[in-house]
Design a protein around this ligand. Structure first.
Ligand code: CP3
Length: 349
């Protein structure tokens, strides 16, 4: 199947796109990391009859759940419903979600790395690309579509360990203990993801976010030298295809200098750092996205509003996309998300 470039795109004056380019939009753009998910009853209704992976491979189901939070909250960006581990099976490793990911094999030796396949996006990611085209066609021009991939280090964490981990000791041991194997693994993951980034941009994504969810376990020097250069290639590929590049680093405080050097137009900041600190540390041309603590959605309405306001005030009106600092938790009350969205829009000069 060949994916042709759709004519539909977000308008140049869409609030997300204006803010992502550092400008002053008509209103503060808002979206929520993991906005399509189990905290929404309409998501659970679709999910009830299918596994999570079946949803990822079913373009109609994935389109529906991608659009659900847009309908409910009138958000400024939709994020494609998939997972950063969807590229793992076409690389040759079986994957299940229960609900957390479990891989059938791990990748720890040079032979394991060499055995990994590089997927062909149009063959192996056809449902994801079809979802992108369908969602883009369904969105109004003032709403942006964000596609995403995992950063090579974060994907490597799962390949090395086979499941979630607190500090990813095995992945970090490989980085130091078998440096050539670790570097070859990140190179292979980058080879696998780079054509996907390009295909997502071509299929209608206005932006591509690279999720480095576990970079927070890395020392600053290891991140700069061994991991960030691979992320950089994915961000650059998005930009080359005309998509906005968003660099999300969870545990970003020790990596702020590396993020300042990245080519991403938008830096997505976790909840631990103050956005004012980021404003002072990164070039003024970069937009910031974030960064409410997802657990602040469990506060009283008054406290939630004041925390959202503090985050918006620290960022300023121009070049800011309001979001959480990490994904919304499944136990979150959807009405609390509505309050946060409302307050972020009110926090406007
Ligand atoms: O933001 C969105 O609405 C798009 C959806 C999205 C999912 N995964 C769907 C999902 C996004 C952006 C991701 C990225 C992702 N996946 C990350 C990076 C973001 C982050 O939170 O740091 C990571 C680390 C993963 C890997 C992953 N997938 C884990 C650890 C888990 C289990 C934990 C959990 O949240 O359930 C998943 C499963 C997953 N990915 C679900 C969803 C909606 C839950 C599956 C279900 O319905 O049972």
């Amino acid at each position: 199947m060949s994916i042709s470039r759709p004519t539909v795109r977000a308008a140049a004056d869409a609030p997300f796109l204006v803010a992502a380019r550092g400008g002053l939009p008509s209103r503060r753009p808002v979206w929520i990391m993991r906005q399509a998910g189990r905290y929404l009853p309409e998501y659970r209704a679709v999910r009830q009859t299918r596994t999570f992976l079946q949803m990822c491979y079913d373009a109609d189901a994935a389109t529906e759940v991608t659009l659900q939070p847009i309908r409910r909250y009138g958000l400024d960006a939709a994020i494609l419903f998939t997972d950063l581990l969807v590229p793992v099976p076409p690389m040759g490793i079986e994957l299940a979600f229960d609900p957390a990911p479990v891989l059938k094999r791990t990748v720890r030796t040079r032979a394991d790395v060499d055995a990994l396949r590089v997927p062909d996006p149009e063959r192996d990611f056809a449902p994801m690309l079809a979802t992108a085209a369908q969602v883009r066609a369904a969105l109004s021009p003032d709403v942006a579509l964000i596609g995403f991939v995992g950063a090579p280090f974060t994907v490597a964490c799962y390949l090395v360990e086979g499941k979630g981990s607190k500090n990813w000791d095995l992945a970090r041991r490989l980085l130091h203990g078998e440096p050539a194997t670790f570097d070859a693994l990140l190179a292979k993951i980058t080879d696998a993801l780079l054509p996907l980034v390009q295909a997502l941009a071509d299929a209608g994504c206005d932006a591509v976010q690279v999720f480095d969810s576990w970079a927070g376990v890395l020392a600053a020097g290891d991140y700069v030298k061994r991991c960030a250069p691979w992320t950089e290639r994915l961000l650059a590929a998005a930009r080359q295809r005309g998509a906005i590049a968003i660099d999300y680093v969870n545990g970003a405080t020790q990596h702020v200098a590396a993020m300042a050097d990245s080519c991403a137009e938008v830096l997505a900041v976790d909840w631990r750092s103050d956005l004012g600190f980021f404003r002072r540390q990164v070039p003024a041309t970069k937009a910031l996205q974030g960064n409410l603590d997802p657990t602040a959605l469990f506060a009283s309405e008054a406290d939630l509003r004041s925390q959202v306001r503090a985050c918006c005030d620290a960022a300023g009106p121009a070049g800011h996309v309001f979001n959480l600092g990490h994904g919304v938790l499944p136990e979150t009350d959807p009405d609390q998300v509505r309050i946060a969205v409302d307050e972020a829009r009110r926090a406007w000069p």
